[in-house]
Design a protein around this ligand. Structure first.
Ligand code: PDD
Length: 292
């Protein structure tokens, strides 16, 4: 089936969709994006994603290109035209097209692109095996809370992980503390069953899956601490996992080639994954939050 993309007011064949060569996203990575999971036809936690989008735009002083309601209508139309039931919506907004000059253009109009991609849920085999991560120095800028399209350090680290046979790279700051994965948040469960994930400030992206899972964690009565942890602490943890819009909750069973806990997905991790999946599948969750 031919895919359709939305580009600056038009629905185009995905194969032919393009932006101008002087789009500032292309020349300066001057833009932001969101990846919204689509589960059984529902945009999961759409409002939280749009809140984060508006915040990212605000931090970069890029205007919202249109009202939220219009963005929602377009996203549904892109989903409809692509018959999307499971996968994700990609939404990107850049400062727009202008002759190359570092300072902001006076009159550029923000450029909007939306695409969707079909994706199967994680296989039973993958969930039973868990995934491996490696650790790498975090060489990113100091505003990782902004979901900027400037992802070169993330791409370099993800490629390094791939070449090492791992799914993800956990990035480590100058103090030896894990910040997050290249496209996921990082979590551990200590030997005393305390769930730990880094506090959300400018050092990490505050994942929407992270936020939604912390709510479930509180409901489940699990003890948790929002604080940073070292690679050593992660290696001595009982369980570890990553979260993101495309992975939901994914067990980590090896770090730098060393087994986490008994080398199998942890029980609490899988319980939290189930709690998250039933949250997004419950009639209330996604739908209520996507209501205007
Ligand atoms: N990545 N940290 C980073 C650096 C990320 O890029 C992402 C998301 C996350 C998790 O955020 P969320 O739970 O809102 O997906 C954490 C998306 C999926 C991506 O770039 O493809």
């Amino acid at each position: 089936m031919p895919r359709t993309a939305y580009v600056n007011g038009r629905y185009l064949s995905h194969a032919k969709a393009a932006v101008h060569i002087e789009d500032r996203g292309y020349q300066f990575a001057d833009g932001v994006y969101e990846v919204v999971p689509v589960h059984n036809g529902i945009l999961v936690d759409e409002s939280l994603h749009l809140d984060r989008l508006e915040r990212s735009l605000g931090e970069l002083r890029i205007a919202m290109p249109m009202r939220r309601e219009a963005l929602k209508l377009i996203s549904r139309e892109v989903m409809r035209r692509n018959h999307l039931s499971n996968g994700f919506l990609y939404l990107q907004i850049t400062r727009g097209v202008a002759p190359r000059d570092h300072k902001f253009p006076v009159a550029a109009k923000p450029a909007v692109v939306m695409t969707v991609r079909q994706m199967k849920p994680a296989s039973k085999e993958k969930l039973e095996a868990g995934v491996s991560v490696i650790t790498v120095p975090d060489i990113r800028w100091a505003r990782r809370d902004i979901k900027s399209v400037s992802l070169l350090p993330n791409c370099l680290a993800k490629q390094q992980a791939h070449e090492a046979g791992a799914l993800e790279a956990w990035m480590v700051d100058g103090e030896g503390q894990v910040t997050e994965g290249t496209s996921t948040n990082a979590w551990i469960i200590t030997q005393d069953n305390v769930l730990v994930t880094r506090n959300a400030n400018q050092d990490i992206l505050n994942g929407i899956t992270r936020v939604a899972l912390l709510e479930r964690v509180a409901e489940e009565g699990v003890t948790f601490e929002e604080r940073s942890f070292t690679v050593e602490e992660a290696l001595s943890a009982k369980e570890a996992f990553i979260t993101s819009s495309t992975n939901y909750v994914m067990p980590v069973t090896a770090i730098d080639g060393k087994a986490v806990g008994n080398g199998h997905p942890g029980l609490l991790t899988m319980k939290l994954r189930e709690a998250y999946v039933s949250y997004i599948e419950s009639a209330g969750a996604g739908r209520a939050k996507t209501a205007a």
